[in-house]
Design a protein around this ligand. Structure first.
Ligand SMILES: [Zn+2]
Length: 177
C-alpha cells in the first residue's frame, strides 16, 4: 500500500549557492513550509506537497542562511558505487509526525495520518484505540519506545488517496541524490 522512501532524485544542488553537492559531501535536507496566499484553495495547487517544499543545503549555506525549517536532517551524498537507496531516518519521520500534531490544514492532517501508518508498520507507533469526537474519528496511538501517547485524526482517505499522499511524502523526504 505504501511505497518506501526511495522515489524521486533530488537536483543534487545546494539551494543557497547553487553549487552541486558532490558524492561523500554532507549536507542538510530541510522541509520548508511553502508560503501561500490564504485565499488560494488546495485544489488549485496540483504540485503542492502538503504545503512543504524540500530544499538541500551545503553545510556553509545552512549555517549562513539558517533557513526556517519545519523539519530537517543531516545526511551525505552517496558515493556512486554505494547502494543508492538511502532511506530517511526513523527519527526524522517521527519528528515530522510529532510536529504535524499542531497542524489543522487538511493536507498536513493527511500527511500526519499516512506518517502514522508508516510508523505503525515500522513498529514505532502502536495503535491503541479509536475515539469518536464531534463526528471525527481519532486514533489513540502509543509510541513504543518513549511510551508517549499521540492522537491522530483519521481523515478517512481511500486507498488511492493514501497512495497519493504517500507519493507526495516520498517526494519531499527523498534522501537519494
Ligand atoms: Zn551552498
Amino acid at each position: 500500500m505504501i511505497a518506501d522512501w526511495e522515489v524521486a532524485k533530488t537536483q543534487g544542488v545546494c539551494a543557497g549557492c547553487g553549487q552541486g553537492l558532490e558524492p561523500g559531501q554532507e549536507y542538510y535536507a530541510a522541509l520548508l513550509e511553502q508560503q501561500e496566499a490564504p485565499e488560494q484553495a488546495e485544489e488549485e495547487k496540483p504540485e503542492a506537497s502538503g504545503g512543504f517544499e524540500r530544499q538541500d543545503y551545503c553545510q556553509e549555506c545552512w549555517e549562513r542562511e539558517s533557513p526556517e525549517a519545519f523539519c530537517f536532517w543531516k545526511t551525505r551524498v552517496p558515493e556512486p558505487a554505494q547502494k543508492k537507496k538511502l532511506l530517511v531516518d526513523d527519527e526524522v519521520l517521527l519528528e515530522f509526525f510529532e510536529r504535524l500534531g499542531e497542524a489543522s490544514e487538511r493536507a498536513k492532517i493527511n500527511f500526519r495520518f499516512v506518517l502514522a501508518l508508516i510508523l505503525m508498520r515500522k513498529r514505532i507507533l502502536k495503535y491503541q484505540q479509536t475515539q469518536l469526537r464531534d463526528g471525527q474519528e481519532i486514533w489513540i496511538m502509543g509510541q513504543v519506545r518513549e511510551q508517549t501517547k499521540h492522537e491522530v485524526l483519521n481523515p478517512r482517505l481511500d486507498d488511492a488517496q493514501i497512495e497519493e499522499v504517500s507519493e507526495q511524502l516520498s517526494a519531499i523526504l527523498r534522501s537519494e541524490l
